[in-house]
Design a protein around this ligand. Structure first.
Ligand SMILES: CC(C)(COP(=O)(O)OP(=O)(O)OC[C@H]1O[C@@H](n2cnc3c(N)ncnc32)[C@H](O)[C@@H]1OP(=O)(O)O)[C@@H](O)C(=O)NCCC(=O)NCCS
Length: 195
């Protein structure tokens, strides 16, 4: 199956995974500051052995030829030059079929703080609303991730809830901060941007 481009912006492109992304995919698993910010108490795992790296590489390539759902559950974030730099994803809960959560990671350290994440998140939200009937899109992060909070707010998410001091991490109590975007709010922003 051909790898589709799902959305293009001024800094980022969202597209399906390609076999040529596999090396970076394996590299990201064990490198990059992104792992320190994406719920690190869950994500920081021992490095893969050489055999596990090969297995991860193979399963990534296999995944590239799988049928992809519409709308996609995840995508590669690439630069406008086509270089893979991270991922976006979505998930939901059966009991709330009209609500999804999204996640984003820019996994190449040299590509942080260059506007790629803001562009990619806006493209992802736009793509998901445009290709589904979902009513709201949420995003959760932790209070040490000021960059994620800034980007969520820049893209137009409303700050909806703070669960204070939810987890003690490296000696600091962290809040979990929840953001949300309603379909009508996104469509209103789009209309204002183009009108
Ligand atoms: C969060 C993330 C997706 C943002 O993408 P990005 O490309 O780095 O961000 P952008 O360059 O688009 O925007 C960063 C914004 O945060 C601001 N910022 C950076 N560091 C900051 C800090 N310590 N405090 C406050 N704002 C900060 C920047 O100034 C910029 O805002 P501006 O455009 O108003 O100047 C990316 O940094 C990332 O993947 N981080 C690691 C993994 C992660 O945190 N994932 C999310 C888990 S919930």
């Amino acid at each position: 199956m051909a790898a589709s481009v799902l959305a293009s912006g001024t800094r980022a492109v969202l597209r399906d995974p390609r076999p040529s992304d596999a090396d970076r995919w394996v590299y990201w698993r064990d490198h990059g500051v992104w792992r320190e910010y994406d719920a690190p108490w869950e994500a920081l795992r021992p490095p893969l052995t050489a055999e596990q790296q090969q297995q991860t590489h193979r399963s990534f390539i296999d995944r590239c030829s799988d049928a992809h759902p519409s709308p996609r559950a995840n995508a590669i974030v690439a630069t406008t030059e086509g270089v893979p730099v991270g991922t976006v994803n979505r998930c939901g809960e059966k009991r709330f079929p009209d609500a999804w959560y999204v996640g984003i990671s820019i996994c190449e350290d040299a590509c942080l703080n260059q506007g790629i994440g803001s562009d990619a998140l806006a493209l992802w939200v736009d793509y998901l609303f445009a290709h589904s009937d979902v009513h709201r899109i949420g995003l959760r992060t932790y209070s040490f991730n000021e960059r994620m909070m800034r980007v969520a707010e820049k893209v137009g998410f409303a700050r909806e809830a703070v669960e204070r001091e939810l987890i003690l991490w490296r000696g600091e109590w962290l809040d979990r901060v929840s953001y949300g975007m309603l379909r009508g709010e996104w469509e209103g922003r789009r209309a204002n941007a183009t009108g």
